[in-house]
Design a protein around this ligand. Structure first.
Ligand SMILES: Cc1cc2nc3c(=O)[nH]c(=O)nc-3n(C[C@H](O)[C@H](O)[C@H](O)COP(=O)(O)OP(=O)(O)OC[C@H]3O[C@@H](n4cnc5c(N)ncnc54)[C@H](O)[C@@H]3O)c2cc1C
Length: 370
């Protein structure tokens, strides 16, 4: 059991967009622990560019120790909690006074070290470069953005995108879906909607893939871009088991505390806040909880806690990038495509902005080290 009797202990589980920012904001205010299976923070919306330009990783993968200079970083998966401790996959128990759950989406085969993650992007890039034809499975933001990156950087390659839904980008409105389809078609990406490809029967060396509709697709390689499940399964048998909604999201109150729990907060995509799941909103959750924890650490009253107001636009605001210069923006009252969304997102993919938010140099000098 790891504890420090002198200070209030805050444990943040999940070092993604929300958890990393929260940990950074609180590191000098409490005895802070960050638990994450990866030794680094990754800017998720830059990962598709990293597949066509691996050198971008220098700026998009940041070791937790680079922005957390006054925290204990535990590189492990959390596997359960009780009313006072978090249990890790390595059998450690970390005592908490306050706990913040920020496990967004489940971790899959993502490498735990920054060096291995860079190597993975390099391998993906080699795979793209050595293939004449590429199959992308999934037409959500990941599949569409990857198709866009490949179509722009490698226009000579034949790209096919298969999506089981009736339209692309189902997390936003149909206007955005149509614009994405038109743009991809203009770049000669073949989009097949309403069909699936059995992932179980796929192997890395497959050349001919058969869709659920019997259509044959020849491709030298494939990338699976289907959404990851929420990172909540590790809590299903814990003291929070009654705090999930039917979608597996943690129910939070207006102060972003898990329902009925005075000392447990949740932020980011894991929460049931009725708004679009976006990183800029996850960062807002982190700011509200940082404020609330600072107040609680100073002994403030419950009534003084800040309240989170869900993002007001009913349809939500999101930008999907399409290669290096163009994009599609769904704004509260309109949806636009072309160069303006590209200027906002696609050029730098908010990398400089996100780094600045984390207190890091937006444009560090390349070191070519991991
Ligand atoms: C292609 C794409 C483009 C996007 N573009 C944008 C954009 O332009 N703007 C925007 O605002 N949003 C964008 N988003 C959405 C944004 O990435 C998410 O909303 C955001 O990442 C959510 O942050 P989070 O911290 O809740 O979760 P995540 O970023 O998923 O982080 C979860 C963290 O928890 C860790 N974790 C998981 N399980 C455990 C466990 N059991 N124990 C310990 N740690 C655990 C993971 O390792 C990870 O570090 C995009 C998403 C995609 C897929």
């Amino acid at each position: 059991m790891e504890a420090d009797q002198q200070k209030t202990r805050v444990v943040v589980v999940g070092g993604g967009v929300a958890g990393a920012l929260l940990a950074k904001s609180l590191q000098f205010h409490a005895h802070l622990y960050l638990i994450d299976p990866k030794e680094y923070f990754e800017i998720p919306w830059a990962s598709l560019r990293a597949m066509v330009e691996p050198s971008i990783c220098e700026r998009t993968l940041v070791k937790h120790s680079d922005y957390l200079t006054n925290a204990r970083i535990i590189t492990s998966t959390a596997v359960s909690i009780n009313s006072k401790e978090v249990l890790t996959g390595e059998g450690r128990t970390i005592v908490y006074d306050y706990l913040v759950i920020a496990t967004g989406h489940a971790v899959d085969s993502t490498p735990t070290t920054r060096t291995d993650r860079i190597q993975q992007f390099q391998q993906d890039n080699d795979k793209i470069k050595s293939s004449s034809s590429i199959l992308i499975v999934g037409g959500g933001p990941t599949g569409v953005e990857l198709a866009g990156e490949i179509a722009v950087d490698y226009p000579e390659k034949k790209v096919t995108l298969v999506h089981k839904g009736s339209r692309l980008l189902e997390f936003i409105g149909p206007k955005a879906s149509n614009k994405a389809l038109d743009w991809l078609s203009s770049k000669k990406v073949e989009v097949i909607l309403g069909q699936t490809i059995s992932l179980d029967s796929m192997s890395g060396n497959e050349r001919v893939y058969t869709t659920s509709g019997g259509q044959k697709i020849t491709a030298d390689c494939h990338f699976v871009c289907v959404g990851k499940p929420l990172g909540s399964s590790w809590l299903q048998e814990s003291i929070l088991k009654e705090c999930f909604d039917t979608r597996g999201q943690l129910m939070v109150d207006e102060n972003l505390r898990v329902w009925g729990k005075k000392n447990i907060f949740a932020i980011g995509d894991i929460t049931n806040i009725p708004e679009m799941k976006q990183g800029y909103l996850a960062q807002k959750h982190a700011s509200v909880v940082a404020k609330n924890l600072k107040l609680l650490l100073k002994g403030a009253k419950e009534s003084e806690l800040a309240k989170y107001k869900p993002s007001s636009s009913s349809s939500g605001m999101a930008i999907v990038s399409l290669g290096r210069k163009e994009g599609i923006a769904q704004l509260p009252f309109t949806t636009i495509g072309g160069y303006l969304p590209g200027v906002i997102k696609s050029r730098d993919l908010f990398v400089g902005r996100t780094r600045k938010h984390m207190g890091l140099d937006p444009h560090p000098t390349p070191t070519h080290t991991s």
